[in-house]
Design a protein around this ligand. Structure first.
Ligand SMILES: [Zn+2]
Length: 479
């Protein structure tokens, strides 16, 4: 009985319990759900902590958490978990701005990599004075005091130097702005805490800090009423730290490397240049180049090894003259004794010498040696044809230079045989052998027979030069 009553009692208890069941169950369910929520909260709190400590670890842990959640049977709870995890993540991002910091080994400055900043900045030191060259504004429109600009060469550990003009401003940390990242093709990988070099594919691991403060340096005052219009033309507000590119078809590239910087001549020019105004300009490669801006053209200083190259680039366009080459090159480039060098190179240009008539050489007339004895130099020539006299139509004229004694020997024809015979019989036999006989370029005088006479008698046979009968003037003047 007892057991029965007990049973009954328990049963009645159960019944009694069951009679109050709707309230109890709802309470229980409420408790369970609140507990579940609490567990989730704790779980994600731990996750977010882990994430702020290490992004990579966070990723792994989130993977683990997902796999753990899959073990649960309740699909509803899982979907609820996923939704709340995404929402939580979003909240995390809103609460903390994950910022990547990199360290420069050369200057020791810690730089915030900020693609939202228009320009790159370095913090000002106490001694800097305000220079009103540029104007920078924070996100709320307040002006950030600037102290001019400085060209720095950063060593971020990416195996290449980054030379870039930085604006010195009143900020508490250095900023690598969008201009810097764009110029050197650097990519930010917040997830892996990396700054990736898009050119070399190398990367450095930076430092991730969650900072709530936003700087967002801009060259544009967003409170300004024209800010919308100005935003369309960033060239207007951006500081002119780089040479603005003028549009033209001809582009000259000079790879100067670092040779310009360590150049003694440049130092000399910088020290004693009264009329020159040297300024540093960055090259497309990121390196800087010293240029003179005292004239209307910006004239870069050219180190010794590149000068000849520069000369040929300009001079070889049309092989202009010395004066023009000097003018063209000296107006575009600068180095010590530029005019002297260009003059020398233009003068010695092989192509110019081969193709240009720059010197009209006039050689001196050959001087006739004056004879000092009679019948030593004889001029001979042929005249005719004339009306025949005893069958002779021609005359062989012989004249002695010293005495001007003239003989006219009538001949029937002008074959070399006749002439040689006549000259021998009528001159040599009567006046002796002359030292020299001067003739024109007639075939008879250049014949083998006539020349043989000269060889036999020991006479120097001389002919006049082509188209220049004046050489035989003594004779030609007579007829
Ligand atoms: Zn030339």
């Amino acid at each position: 009985m007892h057991s029965q009553t007990e049973l009954y009692e328990t049963h009645s208890n159960q019944v009694a319990n069951s009679s109050t069941s709707p309230n109890n169950i709802s309470l229980l369910l409420e408790n369970i759900s609140s507990l579940e929520q609490r567990i989730e909260e704790l779980h994600f709190h731990r996750q977010s902590n882990e994430r702020s400590r290490n992004v990579e670890k966070y990723n792994r842990s989130s993977f683990r958490s997902r796999s753990r959640s899959r073990k649960r049977y309740n699909p509803k709870a899982e979907s609820k978990l996923a939704v709340s995890s995404a929402a939580d993540e979003l909240n995390n991002c809103r609460e903390f701005n994950y910022r990547l910091f990199v360290f420069d080994k050369k200057t020791g400055i810690k730089f915030l990599v900020d693609s939202g900043a228009d320009v790159s900045l370095i913090p000002a030191s106490c001694g800097d004075k305000v220079i009103g060259d540029f104007k920078l504004y924070a996100a709320n429109g307040t002006e950030i005091p600037c102290f001019g600009h400085k060209i720095l060469t950063l060593d971020l550990g990416l195996h290449r130097d980054f030379q870039w003009p930085f604006i010195i401003a009143k900020v508490n940390k250095g900023i690598l702005g969008a201009d810097f990242l764009n110029r050197f093709n650097l990519l930010i990988d917040i997830k892996n805490k990396k700054l990736i070099d898009g050119v070399t594919k190398l990367s450095i691991i930076g430092e991730i800090t969650s900072s709530a403060d936003e700087l967002n340096v801009s060259t544009l005052n967003k409170n300004d009423k024209f800010s919308d219009i100005l935003a369309q033309y960033p060239e207007i507000t951006k500081p002119d730290l780089l040479i603005s590119k003028t549009k033209h078809n001809v582009e000259h590239y000079i790879t100067t490397d670092d040779k310009q910087i360590s150049n003694e001549e440049l130092k000399e020019l910088l020290n004693d240049s009264k009329n020159l105004n040297f300024k540093q300009y960055p090259l497309p490669s990121g390196k800087i180049i010293w240029s003179d801006i005292s004239t209307s053209n910006i004239r870069p200083f050219i180190p010794q090894p590149f000068r000849m190259n520069v000369f040929h680039k300009i001079h070889d366009l049309n092989h202009s003259g010395i004066k023009s080459s000097v003018k063209q090159i000296a107006s575009r480039f600068i180095w010590k004794n530029i005019k002297r060098d260009v003059k020398e190179w233009a003068k010695t240009c092989i192509n110019c010498q081969k193709n240009k008539i720059i010197r009209h050489t006039q050689s001196k007339f050959n001087s006739f040696e004056e004879p000092d004895e009679r019948f030593s130099i004889i001029h001979i020539d042929i005249i005719g044809p004339y009306p025949p006299s005893n069958g002779n139509k021609y005359c062989l004229t012989c004249i002695d230079r010293f005495t001007c004694w003239m003989e006219l020997i009538p001949i029937g024809n002008i074959t070399s045989e006749t002439i040689t015979k006549a000259f021998y019989a009528y001159w040599i036999c009567r006046f002796g052998v002359p030292y020299t006989v001067i003739t024109d370029r007639g075939n008879q005088f250049r014949s083998e027979l006539f020349r043989s006479l000269g060889i036999i008698c020991g006479i120097k046979m001389q002919t006049t030069t082509s188209y220049h009968p004046q050489s035989n003037g003594k004779n030609e003047r007579q007829h």
